[in-house]
Design a protein around this ligand. Structure first.
Ligand SMILES: C[S@@+](CC[C@H](N)C(=O)[O-])C[C@H]1O[C@@H](n2cnc3c(N)ncnc32)[C@H](O)[C@@H]1O
Length: 309
């Protein structure tokens, strides 16, 4: 990209300038946006130092020369380094909430946002949800948005990555949710003792090892721990299914995103009556299982042993 060519000063024109370049570069838009225009607008607002809420009036503002140079550099890095724009701006939006991100965490994009918008109805009675667990919280996006949706509930947000835990803690603090959202280190359920929850949520890593390399370049900037889950992509899901019933309260439910491994999950556990959810705004591969369904599907020996305890 030429060093001399600066984007236009007017924000609306700078957005068009950026959009044209992003569109021509055939980028992947799987990281919180799905088109060049939204990414262009995010980069222009970041360069201008304007909050998201300044739109649409800010489209008429003018970018000073320093901001235009910064924008040119942001667009160059998005194209040449294939960095997701959320890592360039350090911020993204999830279920209507601002979430800080960097390369220690996956860029939030889970269809869980829609379930949160519906307060997980009709699968749970929101009035009866007091304790929630989010396994593999990353930036904390699901835990934070769920805590906002369930004002009376307490949420445990867990991860095994020290970097992710630091980002999640920062986001929880920014959202002033420190009293209700606990950020904890735990390997799936290991580290949680005998805690029980009314809802267990998880968007765990679920990409088979061999498939990670084939993902678009943007994904290589994300932590591998957030994507890859062993040979078959099921190592974390397996541990979740194994321990969930023990950590759910009666009437509770488990919600897990497994993306493209949905068919493999259904084939691997034919005894489990997965309910696969549909989404209005795209995405899929999310199942719900009630505690009762998890218990009923257990091998008879395990059920008898549990009854004796
Ligand atoms: C797909 S990312 C999801 C992050 C966030 N929940 C979201 O939706 O954007 C999965 C997260 O699970 C964490 N993780 C990986 N293995 C784990 C394990 N065994 N126990 C707990 N967390 C794990 C990763 O560090 C990563 O932050």
């Amino acid at each position: 990209m030429s060093k001399t060519l600066l984007p236009p000063a007017r924000a609306s024109a700078a957005i068009r300038w950026s959009e044209r370049r992003l569109a021509a570069a055939e980028l992947d838009y799987g990281h919180g946006t799905d088109n060049a225009r939204d990414e262009a607008a995010a980069l222009v607002f970041h360069a201008g130092g304007w909050p998201h809420s300044a739109a649409p009036a800010a489209y008429r503002r003018r970018l000073p020369a320093r901001a235009r140079a910064a924008l040119r550099e942001l667009v160059r890095r998005r194209i040449e380094e294939r960095l997701p724009s959320a890592y360039l701006t350090g911020v993204t939006w999830f279920a209507g909430h601002e979430i800080r991100v960097d390369a220690r965490v996956l860029v939030p994009r889970s269809p869980f946002a829609e379930l949160i918008g519906e307060r997980f109805r009709p699968f749970v009675d929101p009035g009866k949800v007091a304790r929630i667990l989010d396994i593999g919280t990353g930036s904390g996006c699901i835990a934070i948005a769920t805590a906002h949706a369930f004002k009376g509930a307490r949420v445990d947000a867990t991860d095994i990555s020290a970097g992710a835990l630091a980002v999640a803690r920062d986001n929880v603090r920014r959202h002033r949710l420190g009293r209700r959202v606990r950020v904890l280190k735990a390997h799936v359920f290991r580290g949680l003792g005998t805690s029980r929850y009314d809802m267990i949520l998880s968007n765990p890593p679920y990409v088979p090892r061999r498939d990670v390399e084939a993902l678009p370049a943007e994904y290589r900037h994300e932590p591998r721990l957030g994507l890859e889950a062993g040979e078959d992509g099921l190592s974390v899901v397996r541990a979740i299914l194994k321990g969930a019933a023990r950590h759910l309260n009666p009437g509770g439910a488990l919600f897990v995103e497994v993306g493209d491994t949905a068919a493999a999950v259904a084939a691997k556990w034919p005894e489990l009556p997965f309910l696969w959810l549909g989404f209005e705004h795209g995405g899929g591969g999310v199942f719900v299982l009630s505690r009762a369904a998890l218990l009923a599907a257990r091998p008879k020996g395990a059920r008898a042993a549990r009854a004796r305890r």
